[in-house]
Design a protein around this ligand. Structure first.
Ligand code: SF4
Length: 698
């Protein structure tokens, strides 16, 4: 650092459970220099991923949107003209008021997600939604399938301190490619190996960067994790590794579980999952012989139609061994519940009308194509306001999404940092700030810190923050709420004070708050989160809210006890392959897929094929193939790798649509049909066919 630079402290805002504590060097002229992980923060521990370390590339990218734009010509035609902020906001407000007059308030759908994880910038749009009684959003992408599976067992969305991984004898990393997507998990897992000789077990659908660091890699067929979990528990009971005292004291129906698992043998699981019997036995023995077994359960469970069942089954294992009782033992998925936020002002909960309909985020395609079931028999969506997400790239069943966005009677405003695929379909595009250009507060989903993220540099051009835009629109729309008259920093202060976390000035001084609950609470020593204080092997699937997003007849088929639930989109004669659309190391959903270094390192979209499948198709490394199913098709280059099972195809992504010949990306192949019990898209659970194109890529 030189005399003309200054170090600031903030948090990474991206959709990643690590929520790293950052040190940012601000140079003269509003330029960002080095971005480092904070050594002082005990979870970040000085480590961040390479894509954020080179953030200057993103924040000073020449393609940043810098001024409001109005569409010229056809929708999606790519032609826009600059307009003033006042003209843009007036036009948007007028369109929403007109739509509301014609169809009622529910015709307007504010749609957002996790492009920023700052609570004010991400969730402030809910205040406008509630004040105006616009349609609600059921948040299902990447979350609902996993958290319901975890929650029905423990009764609370919280678990063992992730730093305790370093005190484990076995670290099980299940359903997350942590080395690529939440790098700090590896920091703490590798400490356990270095300091205690711990074994690292990785369970995933392909030999990814995390699996390459494992002592034992268990490669499952997509969506079969619950079968492996059941067989592991079968062996634990069979071989005397179940902690019967713990089971009697802390769980709901251990005898019933043991009897049920008698037929769930390793041979049974092997036939379903493709995992060798010996591997299942080895894994079970490792867990059985080490009480300090830490289960780090990831977001991969959300990518299968039966993901909730699989997450629940995996989370049952430490309850069988009693690992929860030991330091370094137990399970962790997300710490959402430890922050006990009072979101009244942030979300405008005091003006929320619970009778307003909720629309499923994952089903934006069917919603925009006027499916009456998805619209809850209400009015069509004729006005959209999109912040912090890019559904024209990231949403499933992309052909349908595209058809919906192209509707002539749909008015769309997109507030964005780049001209994304979604912004390109808009009537009005507004330029948005990035995290170092506004104030916000962050919570670590994958750890236990509240972190402050102050404004560090001025935004470029005419960029405005999500909060500023929501407040400016509220005024024009006649929406009233105290939160619309406050600065972002004042909203942070209100949130902290209402929730018992002090005030914003104290947080800004201290940089973060370590909110880790004591050992007894995190390990459920005084009982689990349910009213009966027990871990539930037998969940109440039908009781999970919100209801009405998963067909009742399928809900009734959810297994009462941990089991394999064959609701995955299985291969058939016509579509004999299973497609997994896994996260690429240098992208984060569709963020970073315009950064030059990320693009260079990822090279081009590729389909990873098993050598036997490649031979059967007669394709070689670098050839082109067509992947297709009943939803659409994409052309892609072949990469031959043997780190996954035959019949499984892996495409690491999300590449921008422009990299694909037809102009739409890999999500044309993924389905929007909901997983149980409350919905959620299954991005790794798609049957496809493959055809060689006989063209070698250059
Ligand atoms: S690991 Fe995740 S939280 Fe940390 S810097 Fe990278 S994207 Fe951000």
């Amino acid at each position: 650092m030189n005399a003309r630079s200054k170090t600031h402290y903030t948090a990474c805002p991206h959709d990643c459970p690590s929520t790293c504590a950052l040190e940012v060097e601000a140079l003269e002229g509003g330029i960002i220099g080095t971005v480092r992980g904070s050594n002082e923060n005990t979870y970040t521990a000085g480590v961040i991923c390479s894509k954020v370390a080179r953030y200057a590339e993103r924040i000073h990218h020449p393609e940043r949107l810098l001024q409001p734009l109005r569409r010229r010509g056809d929708k999606g035609g790519g032609s826009f003209e600059p307009i003033s902020w006042d003209a843009a906001l007036d036009e948007v407000a007028e369109a929403y008021l007109k739509a509301e007059q014609k169809h009622g308030a529910e015709t307007v759908w504010p749609y957002y997600y996790a492009g920023t994880m700052g609570l004010v910038m991400r969730d402030g749009l809910n205040r406008l939604r509630h004040a105006k009684k616009y349609s609600g959003q059921h948040f299902t992408i990447c979350t609902s399938l996993a958290y319901t599976g975890y929650l029905v067992g423990t009764g609370k969305l919280a678990g063992v301190d992730p730093r305790e991984m370093a005190k484990a004898d076995v670290v099980v990393i299940w359903g997350t490619n942590a080395a690529s997507t939440q790098v700090n998990v590896m920091t703490h897992a590798l400490r356990a190996r270095r300091d205690r000789g711990a074994k690292i077990v990785v369970i995933d659908t392909y030999r990814n960067a995390t699996a390459r660091q494992a002592d034992l890699f268990i490669c499952v067929r997509p969506g079969t994790d619950s079968a492996v979990a059941c067989a592991v528990m079968h062996v634990l009971f069979r071989d005397g590794h179940a902690d019967r005292d713990y089971l009697a004291r802390y769980t709901d129906c251990p005898e019933e579980l043991e009897a049920h698992l008698e037929s769930r043998t390793p041979a049974w699981a092997s036939a379903i999952s493709g995992v060798p019997v010996a591997t299942i036995e080895d894994f079970a023995r490792l867990i059985g012989e080490h009480r300090r077994s830490y289960f780090r359960l990831g977001y991969g469970f959300t990518r299968h139609r039966n993901g909730a069942i699989s997450m629940h089954a995996a989370s049952c294992i430490p309850a069988v061994t009693g690992a929860w009782a030991y330091e370094g033992g137990g399970a962790f998925y997300n710490n959402g519940a430890i922050y006990h936020w009072n979101r009244t002002l942030l979300d405008g909960l005091d003006v929320r009308d619970p009778s307003v309909r909720l629309l499923d985020q994952s089903r934006i395609g069917p919603v925009l194509c006027n499916d009456p079931i998805d619209l809850k028999d209400g009015p069509p969506v004729t006005a959209l306001f999109v912040q912090s997400t890019n559904p024209m790239s990231v949403a499933p069943d992309l052909n349908l999404v595209q058809r919906g966005f192209a509707r002539g009677d749909l008015f769309t405003c997109v507030h964005e940092q780049f001209m994304t695929e979604t912004a390109a379909m808009a009537d009005i595009v507004l330029p948005a700030t990035m995290f170092m250009e506004h104030d916000d507060v962050y919570q670590g989903g994958g750890h236990q810190h509240i972190l402050y993220g102050p404004k560090i540099i001025d935004p470029p051009g005419e960029c405005r923050s999500n909060h500023e835009v929501v407040c400016a629109l509220a005024k024009r729309l006649g929406a009233e709420h105290a939160g619309f008259d406050m600065t972002a920093k004042e909203v942070v202060d209100d949130l902290l004070q209402r929730s018992g976390w002090g005030d914003v000035e104290t947080l800004a001084r201290n940089k973060w708050i370590d909110c880790q609950p004591p050992f007894e609470e995190a390990h459920y020593v005084h009982g689990f989160g349910h009213a009966d204080k027990r871990f539930h092997f037998k969940p109440d699937w039908a009781g999970v809210a919100p209801r009405g997003f998963f067909p009742t007849e399928l809900l009734a088929t959810m297994p009462a006890l941990p089991d394999f639930w064959p609701t995955t989109e299985e291969a058939n004669d016509e579509m004999p392959y299973r497609l997994v659309t896994a996260p690429a190391r240098h992208f984060l959903n569709s963020s970073f897929n315009q950064s030059p270094t990320s693009l260079r390192r990822e090279k081009c979209p590729q389909a990873m094929l098993h050598p036997d499948d490649a031979q059967r198709l007669g394709v070689k490394q670098g050839d082109k193939v067509l992947l297709g199913n009943h939803r659409g098709q994409v052309e892609i280059e072949v990469s031959i790798t043997d780190g996954h099972q035959r019949g499984v195809v892996i495409v690491e992504t999300l590449w921008a649509n422009r990299h694909f010949k037809g102009g739409l990306g890999i999500n044309v192949l993924t389905g929007a049909d909901p997983g149980g019990p409350i919905g959620g898209a299954a991005f790794h659970d798609n049957r496809i066919w493959m055809r060689p194109l006989g063209v070698r890529a250059v």
